[in-house]
Design a binder for this molecule. Sequence first.
Ligand code: GTQ
Length: 349
Amino acid sequence: MNDLGRLEDLPADYLAELKALNLVPLWPSLRAVLPPGQPRPNTRATFWAYKALKPLLLKAGELTPIEKAERRVLVLANPGHGLESMKASAAMYLGMQLLLPGEWAPSHRHTPNAVRMVVEGEGAWTTVDGEKCPMSRGDLILTPTGLWHEHGHDGDQPVVWLDVLDLPLVYYMEASYHINGQRQTQLPGRGDRAYLGGGMVPTPVFGRSGKAYPMLRYPWAQARAALEALAADRPDLGAVQITYVNPETGGDAQNILGFYALMLRPGQTLQLPARSPASVFHLIEGAVEVAIEAQRFTLAEADTCCAPGYTPITLRNGSATAPSFVFIADEAPLHRKLGVYEVREANGQ
Ligand code: GTQ
């Protein structure tokens, strides 16, 4: 690789003339924007222990009433991007949200897509586009772009969930905004009931659902049962994994980020190849060791970590007797749509 000319090599008066005309020479920055071989991600492998953050989240519940927060969230921020930019990766935002009994997080809608992965507590619900979705541990609930959503809580213990949004990407595109609304009226119809049978979709006489997002709630009980059934049916299968899909299209549940549930068999080690998208791992059940290059994280239940793209990752079930269950979010739908999706072999080619 030849050395390219530096900014300092250019005369100051020439640089001043360029600047006055809003012009910039490319060659001093060419290697930075097009690094050799692979990107130089700011995203760092980062780990967030639920045990450490939970007391601080509960403290936020004492310090800031819901009326003063609208959404009471501690953001899981990647230090590689600077904490203030509130990114887990270039396109992913993660937050732990607390709702206390009797509280209500008012209705709004926004351009970024969100999902909730319920971490603990019973009795809360999210109403999305008029559909009231009960929240139980491990449930995945979508709040896709542009749909009204509000959160309420009729239980008697705090409820916590993990928010995953494509906010950093949508904000980067200068396309991020929200609109506040009125409390929603509940409408009949629940996607998780209508699409209960895998491989079968409701068919009103005049055609299929016209909704862009026909299924908003993916109950953990069903996801877990699907993984158990898959593992039992296919002892030969290396990765027991499901993708959360739009049941009408078979495509990813949302446009930008992808969502998956993975079961690691007792004692299983799973090597994931280096792929271009960054990814997030959140432990629903069990105990899992995650190796991301030189970093090693031991995930207990409700712990979360993220990994940059272009990096091989190894997951190991810490239990020799019980399966472990991991919720995964990644940027794969975005990379595929943009045509930059890559899987690299172990030798880095
Ligand atoms: O619950 O609507 O973590 O609007 C960030 C922005 C949650 C929400 C977040 C939001 C929400």
